[in-house]
Ligand binder design. Sequence first.
Ligand SMILES: *[C@@H]1O[C@H](CO)[C@@H](O)[C@H](O)[C@H]1NC(C)=O
Ligand SMILES: *[C@@H]1O[C@H](CO)[C@@H](O)[C@H](O)[C@H]1NC(C)=O
Ligand SMILES: *[C@@H]1O[C@H](CO)[C@@H](O)[C@H](O)[C@H]1NC(C)=O
Ligand SMILES: *[C@@H]1O[C@H](CO)[C@@H](O)[C@H](O)[C@H]1NC(C)=O
Ligand SMILES: *[C@@H]1O[C@H](CO)[C@@H](O)[C@H](O)[C@H]1NC(C)=O
Ligand SMILES: *[C@@H]1O[C@H](CO)[C@@H](O)[C@H](O)[C@H]1NC(C)=O
Ligand SMILES: *[C@@H]1O[C@H](CO)[C@@H](O)[C@H](O)[C@H]1NC(C)=O
Ligand SMILES: *[C@@H]1O[C@H](CO)[C@@H](O)[C@H](O)[C@H]1NC(C)=O
Ligand SMILES: CC(=O)N[C@H]1CO[C@H](CO)[C@@H](O)[C@@H]1O
Length: 657
Amino acid sequence: MLARIMETAWCLVVVFTAARVVPAGANPVNSSSCLLKPVLSDQDVKVSYITSQVTSCCIGHGPTDPDLEVHVLSLWLSNSAGVIREIKFNVNTSAANRNRKIVFVVNTNAFSLFTVVPTDQHHVTFITSPNKPVVAGNNISTNIANLPSSNGELLKWAETKYGGVSSFTVLEDPEWICFQVGKELNTSKDCIPENNFEAKDFLEFQTVSHGTESCLGSSDHPGKEAHILWLQQSPPRTGTEAIDLNIKVTCRDGNPVNQYPTLLVLKGYEGLFWNISHMANTLKLLVSGKYFIKNFPLSPINGTVLPDSKDGLISKATKHDFPFIASYTEIPSARSITLELHRTCGQATEVTTAAQSKASSLSTLAQQLMKLSPPWRCTENTIEIAVIKNHLQALKNPVTEITLQDPNCKAIDNTTHFVLKSIPENCSTHLEGGIHAKNQLVLTMPALPDKIRVPFECDLPEKLFLHLYHTPDFRSSAITTIVEVNKPTYVQVSVRTANQSIPSQLQDCFLQIPGQPLPQELIRDGNPLSYSAVILDSPSPKSWRFSFTYRADAGQEPTPATLVCKHSNHESSLEVMLKPTNPPSHSLGIGTVLGITFGAFLIGVMLTAALWYIYSHTRPTGKMQPVSENPPVSESSSSNHSIGSTQSTPCSTSSMA
Ligand SMILES: *[C@@H]1O[C@H](CO)[C@@H](O)[C@H](O)[C@H]1NC(C)=O
Ligand SMILES: *[C@@H]1O[C@H](CO)[C@@H](O)[C@H](O)[C@H]1NC(C)=O
Ligand SMILES: *[C@@H]1O[C@H](CO)[C@@H](O)[C@H](O)[C@H]1NC(C)=O
Ligand SMILES: *[C@@H]1O[C@H](CO)[C@@H](O)[C@H](O)[C@H]1NC(C)=O
Ligand SMILES: *[C@@H]1O[C@H](CO)[C@@H](O)[C@H](O)[C@H]1NC(C)=O
Ligand SMILES: *[C@@H]1O[C@H](CO)[C@@H](O)[C@H](O)[C@H]1NC(C)=O
Ligand SMILES: *[C@@H]1O[C@H](CO)[C@@H](O)[C@H](O)[C@H]1NC(C)=O
Ligand SMILES: *[C@@H]1O[C@H](CO)[C@@H](O)[C@H](O)[C@H]1NC(C)=O
Ligand SMILES: CC(=O)N[C@H]1CO[C@H](CO)[C@@H](O)[C@@H]1O
């Protein structure tokens, strides 16, 4: 456990220090100069993997002595000129058949050293050719024999000597082998080797891929690189498989590790689960199937679909701006893969204190954590944060507070999450093009002197907004959904879009009233149509204003209706309530209030009334005539105000300007 924590801490320091020495101005890539060539053993990249798929194998009925197991191994070692290859050989035991004697007949094509770690449960004997290999280890017996070099003859030799073999296996370039003895391999047949045999039942081995190709060496390193791994095994008949992927960055001389921005393209069958060891900040992933980052307590992340061809995978990397393919490897079958990168390392430019490096590594880890499982979301009207508190445990230090850039915007701890909702206009959110929101999460950790900042961004969805007001000052605090009958209603329509080439005018707005078959058009193609609609000055290129007055018999009940507006490709609707004005005015029917002719008539009546009033007041004696509290309004008929609307609001006339 402690070792694991130490390892994590070490990794983080590597990440941190690596991030600081990435070359700043990398050369642009000339992809046509990236010529894939087979990697040589001294090059900067090495792909190795653990697999049970062997070159050739069979399981036999075993020797005539039932207390004996005879396993024949033929190992083919490439590129071994002048170098003595060392192969580690683990003999694993299974609980059954403890009393059996075990014989390994091992031949190799080159001098090699076999370091054996045997089980103490069995007596193990090795039979080898002189020096091919040399077997070393405690508690083992070795016998030298002149073994035939061809595979077929080697098998025949063992079958003749023991009356049959338990297994026969051909392996290429193993670095270590783990062999399980004492198992009932169970066959009654003779051993007839099959190619590409899946020997999961009794062995697995690690080998270096010799098919790896690379651009390294064919051109200058552009400062960023892609690694492509194509695992070609077919899906298991049942269940799901997980494959371990380890990334090891080693330094040839000195510290720290010089780590380039790296794209990892991982292709496997659909449904394969990649278990990725450790993620540097400079690592990008394109993964088919699902993946999981070790040490981060996150749920699996869904990958993407990747092409089924070498060219397709390479062009995928190129499309993601990583045309320099530092390694391309096809792997027939594996349970675990290790990508080893050797880097030229320089001296650290700055000596950092333990506290500084702890802060930086925590900050890096926090950023990775947030990128893997983004807790931010742009919705129609809000920016929402929901940080799962369990995820923060990966930081191994408590987080006491999370805010946005504006420290007044604090997330609330609801026991499982830190949650926060804010409107895009608030909390120092920077809106690019009115749609691309940028802000940062600020984490407070008492263990650190400084706060951890995690910048984030998200796109607000494109949308048309409708807002109603009773007054033409369009105060945001006075938004309403009530359309007062016979009084002006002020409408602001605004569009949130990244599109620069939208029409400068509002297009269509109408009212849909239940029971009325046709919509009541207010604006058509930017022109006012009915209900005294008036186009007002627009406050910005992406918002528009108008007013209208819905006219109806004042005595009617409140009626629900829908206001609909359209602009460019957007449409928005707002549920409103058509309400008679309060208190109800004289019940002048709608029919009575319309029409210039009638207006003129009314003026005449009013004049008559006024004259009568003056007359009655100037009379020396006589009774007072009852006078209406609400004297008729003497506005011209082109007024936007209905006659019934008599309580004038402070701004009620400015709309006519
Ligand atoms: C890319 O490299 C090729 C071959 O080396 C060369 O012919 C070509 O001009 C280069 N292209 C650019 C854009 O540098
Ligand atoms: C070898 O033995 C160890 C300990 O018994 C076990 O954990 C491991 O899985 C075995 N390896 C194989 C390949 O069976
Ligand atoms: C060697 O084998 C014997 C039994 O055959 C066992 O008791 C002993 O512990 C083994 N020694 C080592 C070093 O494995
Ligand atoms: C991934 O690897 C980690 C550490 O080795 C292990 O705990 C975890 O179970 C693995 N996940 C899967 C799905 O194999
Ligand atoms: C991942 O894919 C599975 C289906 O394969 C789906 O059920 C799940 O919701 C997806 N998860 C996410 C986070 O998209
Ligand atoms: C906390 O908030 C998150 C996100 O809104 C929600 O999913 C979760 O159920 C909440 N937890 C509790 C205990 O209310
Ligand atoms: C902005 O957020 C602060 C803090 O949450 C809040 O008090 C304020 O009312 C918000 N402003 C608007 C315009 O919503
Ligand atoms: C931008 O708006 C114009 C006018 O509505 C439309 O024709 C065009 O397709 C839009 N462009 C994009 C990228 O949506
Ligand atoms: C335990 C087991 O799998 N036994 C099998 C061994 O092989 C023979 C014939 O190949 C089968 O009949 C057994 O069932």
